[in-house]
Design a protein around this ligand. Structure first.
Ligand SMILES: [Zn+2]
Length: 95
């Protein structure tokens, strides 16, 4: 069944591509700029990622950072900029 094989192969490629997309998306937002965030309680920068929320298409939407000093959870919400959607997405620290 050549057709089925082709279908499976293309499905796999699509999945792999979207996985890479998710990874790049998260890496771009999280691993590089995480140093800009600090604990909202004790202002420590020793934060680690404990949870996240993503949209249906795999865009990271929320991040939960836990302080290693006082264990306070700081919630980061990524807001999409409508005018330049794919260019820059800014993380907002929730009060
Ligand atoms: Zn803290």
């Amino acid at each position: 069944m050549i057709i089925a094989t082709f279908y499976e192969a293309s499905t796999c490629v699509t999945l792999c591509t979207s996985l890479v997309g998710v990874y790049e998306n998260i890496r771009q937002k999280v691993f590089d700029p995480i140093s800009q965030y600090k604990c909202r309680s004790c202002k420590s920068k020793r934060l680690k990622i404990v949870n996240d929320e993503t949209t249906e298409d795999g865009i990271a939407k929320k991040l939960f950072l836990q302080c290693e000093e006082c264990e306070e959870i700081t919630e980061i919400v990524f807001e999409e900029n409508d005018t330049s959607k794919s260019q820059y997405i800014k993380g907002i620290e929730q009060e």
